[in-house]
Design a protein around this ligand. Structure first.
Ligand SMILES: Nc1ncnc2c1ncn2[C@@H]1O[C@H](COP(=O)(O)OP(=O)(O)OP(=O)(O)O)[C@@H](O)[C@H]1O
Ligand SMILES: [Mg+2]
Length: 589
């Protein structure tokens, strides 16, 4: 691994350096010891030479040398002693220590360069190995002069050298071992924090921002560990911050309510949110990373995207998605994404669902059309009869009276219509406030029943109140009265003669329930969901004849809703209808 190789390299360099130094040191020490040893040997031999010269000088002449004495000396000194006369003839030779062949060679050499008395001791090697030497000196015996030659063989020199080297090798080897051991420990100490820091750095690079290293040292490596840990902490914070941001952005995109889609500059979809997928009933995997041309089945959407790509301008368009059920009106907003330094990165499309708005717009149009239509009929009739009267019909007393009655009836209708419209707009007004108080439902219903007695009598019917007492809730007395009048009037209007109407009550927890039951003409199931719409009448002709405007139930529904109540209807043609209203005892609970 990289780390061990770092440590290895460090150790290797250190060891090589130390080995080189130790070997160099060894060679120098070896040579020093060697030359010191050799010098010691030479000076010993030279001292011996002096002994031999002294001895020789004590002899009377070269021919009368006491050879046994010199034999003894040669033995003690372990050197070969040779004495030559002036003519370099051998007068004595102990014949030991140095081989004869070399000895003869040496004699030849003396012949060539005889040392004079002033030369002292002349030394030269006897062989190429430097293991034997000749020491030659001038000597006087009586009046004769001659030469003393000592030959010493340092046969054990090799052994001595080997020992020197062995000792050196052992000491230096031991030193090397110790240095390696200590060096390894020291490098370990320094490389361990670096290894750990490196390991953490690798983990960080891999994205594991939880990795931490030890901070147990106060030196540079400690600072490194500390810095790495700070880096890791900062990275972790940054990443968690980033993931929080990303989560927020994701939540925002997913929950923005509008569809969103991002297309890169190559035309591939890189981002899409759930509302978009819902609008187009598609799955994420069919959309993401696909070309937008293949994803947008709708030609208009495709064209819009193309337009943004071509013009690099913002585009806003309303589009009808017919494939969707129910049909959807979308407002599509397309914009180019221009990044930093005006780099073109693609486009973004936002889809707002404006179906509800469209529906409201349609309702408003319908409303205006309905109102005009409702107003037109009585006005036309009034205008027609007035013109007829003015044209001379007013002279006919019978016609005059009947026409005026029609005009009065139509004016009533108009008045009623306008009153209802005013009422509705007042109730629907934002910020409409109820005039809250304690309302005795039993009392109110009794009042309404009395008010409608005449109308009931005309139908030969009666209103029966089957109520629990007491029945008091919080509410707006006048508005609730209006609700009861509307519901009971409807029940009377849409019943046949002789069919009684019943109002029942039920107390629930925190609520009361009232049911308005008739056995009249009833309604088809399909109608029920629409009767609370403004101007909606089940059978237009019949209802208009009854003088209705189709606003009554719309007003009722509104009043119930501002009381936080609910209204429901059940009906069966020719069997009857039941309107059920539920009102809370306290409005704001
Ligand atoms: N009890 C009922 N039985 C049968 N049909 C009913 C009953 N109540 C309402 N309807 C139907 O619902 C329609 C809407 O009722 P709504 O009270 O809103 O209008 P309206 O009675 O025609 O006019 P007005 O605004 O004068 O009340 C009526 O035209 C009628 O066809
Ligand atoms: Mg009505």
């Amino acid at each position: 691994m990289r780390l061990t190789s770092f440590k290895g390299r460090l150790l290797f360099a250190l060891i090589t350096l130390i080995v080189l130094v130790l070997v160099g040191l060894g060679i120098i020490i070896g040579e020093l010891v060697k030359s010191y040893y050799l010098n010691a040997l030479h000076s010993r031999i030279e001292k011996e030479m002096n002994i031999v010269i002294n001895q020789t000088e004590r002899e009377p002449s070269f021919n009368e040398l006491r050879s046994e004495l010199f034999d003894e000396l040669s033995d003690v000194l372990e050197t070969r002693i040779t004495i030559l006369n002036e003519d370099t003839d051998i007068v004595y030779d102990s014949g030991q220590a140095v081989s004869d062949v070399n000895h003869d060679l040496m004699l030849d050499e003396i012949d060539q360069s005889l040392p004079g008395p002033s030369n002292g001791i002349v030394r030269f090697p006897a062989d190429t190995d430097d293991t034997s030497f000749y020491y030659i000196s001038n000597v006087q015996t009586g009046s004769e002069s001659g030469y003393v030659v000592l030959a010493a063989a340092f046969d054990n020199l090799e052994n001595v050298y080997r020992q020197i080297w062995l000792i050196l090798a052992i000491t230096l080897g031991a030193a090397l071992g110790m240095i390696i051991y200590i060096g390894a420990r020291i490098t370990n100490q320094y490389t361990k924090p670096i290894e750990s820091a490196t390991e953490v750095a690798i983990q960080l690079a891999k994205g594991n921002y939880k990795a931490r290293t030890f901070e147990d040292r106060a030196d540079e490596t400690g600072m490194l560990s500390n810095a790495i840990n700070i880096l890791a902490r900062n990275l972790q914070e940054m990443v968690s911050e980033q993931s929080v941001q990303q989560d927020r952005l994701k939540t925002l995109i997913e929950n923005m309510g509008s569809g969103l889609i991002m297309i890169d500059k190559q035309g591939y979809i890189v981002l899409v949110n759930r509302p978009f997928l819902n609008f187009f009933h598609s799955d994420l995997e069919d959309v993401l990373n696909e070309s937008y041309v293949s994803v947008f089945k709708n030609k208009q959407v495709n064209a819009l995207a193309e337009e943004v790509f071509l013009t690099e301008q913002r585009v806003r368009k309303q589009i009808l998605i017919e494939e969707a059920f129910p049909q959807k009106h979308l407002e599509v907003y397309g914009a180019p994404i221009i990044g930093e330094r005006s780099a073109w990165q693609g486009i973004v499309l936002v889809f707002h669902d404006i179906s509800e708005l469209k529906k409201l717009e349609q309702m408003r149009k319908d409303f205006v059309a309905n109102v005009s239509h409702e107003v037109k009929t009585p006005i036309t009739s009034i205008k027609g009869f007035t013109e007829t009267l003015l044209d001379g019909a007013m002279n006919d007393k019978g016609a005059l009276e009947s026409f005026l009655q029609i005009i009065a009836k139509e004016s009533d209708r108009l008045q009623m219509l306008i009153q209802d419209l005013l009422e509705l707009s007042r109730v629907e007004q934002q910020g409409f406030k109820l005039n809250l108080g304690q309302v005795d439902i039993v009392e109110t219903l009794n009042d309404v029943a009395v008010m409608l007695e005449q109308k009931a009598d005309q139908k030969n019917a009666s209103i029966q109140l089957d109520l629990e007492t007491p029945l008091v809730i919080e509410g707006d007395a006048d508005r609730l009265k209006q609700v009861f009048i509307n519901l009971l009037t409807n029940a009377l209007t849409y019943s046949y003669a002789g069919q009684d109407i019943v109002v029942k009550s039920k107390k629930l927890k925190n609520k009361i329930q009232l049911q308005f039951i008739d056995q009249g003409i009833g309604m088809e199931k399909e109608e029920l969901s629409r009767i609370f719409e403004r101007f909606y009448r089940v059978d237009k002709a019949r209802s208009r004849n009854s003088g209705g405007t189709g606003l009554g139930l719309a007003i009722v529904k509104h009043i119930i809703e501002v009381h936080n109540g609910e209204i429901a209807v059940e009906s069966e043609p020719e069997k009857g209808t039941v309107f059920t209203i539920t009102l809370p005892i306290k409005v704001n609970k």
